[in-house]
Design a protein around this ligand. Sequence first.
Ligand code: FES
Ligand SMILES: [Fe+2]
Length: 463
Amino acid sequence: MTTTTNKPPGQARSTGPTVQEVLAEEAARQVVPSALQSESAGYFGVADLPKERYLSPEYHAREVAKMWRKVWQMACREEDIPNVGDTIVYDIADDSVVVVRVTPDEIKAYHNSCLHRGTQLARGQTSMASLTCPFHGWSWNLDGSMRNLPCQWDFPQVDKAKLTLPEVKVDTWDGWVFVNLDPESGTLADYLGEVLPAHFEQMPLKSRFKAAHVQARVPANWKATMEAFIESYHVFVTHPQIVMFTGDHNTQYDVFDQHSNRMITLIAVPSPSLGDSVGDDEVTESLIVDFLGSDAPTELGEGQTARDVAANAHRIEFSKLYGVDLSKMSNTEAIDAIEYALFPNFIPWAGDGFPIVYRFRPDENNPMACIVDVMLMGLCPTGIDPPTAKIHWLDNAPGSDSPDWTEAPELGALGAILNQDMGNLSRVQRGLRASRKEGVTFSAYQESRIRHFAQILDRYLEA
Ligand code: FES
Ligand SMILES: [Fe+2]
């Protein structure tokens, strides 16, 4: 493929093999999920986006009222609350939701606020026989009915039977628990659309377990931060240590039904921006030895591609980790970065390797900071029910307004990459404030997922 800058806007593509060319060749000799053998680019024009969306408290207030209080949001995994009485709190702007396992088969969610004087009933992750307020001891059964009102004689105006906890809508999909603060909202199934469930049917996360969950505050707007994770355009400059084996600028970007999109970045192909100078052995050495730290073979056998060798190294490493036979795992599932996104802030990867999941939300009502969750979804080792990772909160590094992600060893090689990404973000936020330029510029294709989500957000704000 040659550079095609003379094409109509949105149709130009990088040099280098396309994802579909590579997968078509591999599908002739491996079972490649059909979900990955499709392409649906979106074009959203080339207009700048207003920078107030990253800075303005008024814009944030509109986001809360018209978007955060209307959309389905991932609150936790089902296995975060495995036992009756387990609770986990999901905070978003002014709202706080406590998600509770009510029976082995039922999960409910409530506004996390005592009906006496407003105290939060729960914090973080805990387990309780009843939802009991720590202030004066008003308590509710797990099903939301009132259980105990100390000194009821002093509250002649309160009818205990009517004082049930106000519920928040809750539903589940593929092992994830979602909440919606709008009692009039549509169903989660309608919100998810058709494509996302169909694709994850082929690459389910339900059967996986949460092997790591790290959470931290990042000093940048939640959208600016998320936008750094839904394009591979930045890889060449921000992550120079992986360009030898990452097809960054020839990443495929897809847009699906109303709330979801995807990118597929090929691994074990060199960045097209390196030209034709990189040999297969440099690709496999750089990925397998330098990045993975594996002693798996790096030489190409007869008829093998660098991707075959790299995928084989991943299969060997994953098999060691999980004790399961992964010999049938396709190259793309083993090594590629297959990243989906569900508006507004839920970013699950797919594939059989070690899918990452991101979540981004504003830090309370501060448009200049956000809370980031990074999870790793492991394969369940045969015959073992591994423990679900608890949330590991990362404080800021000493003398810094940002955390050091390598302080979370459970993230492995991802920690150093996250430091590179997050290192940009405090500069993004500070620089946007200093900018004299009216808008923020995005590319037509490589940043099309950002434009897609911006367009969805506009739709909510204008409704
Ligand atoms: S505020 Fe909750 S019991 Fe008083
Ligand atoms: Fe990155």
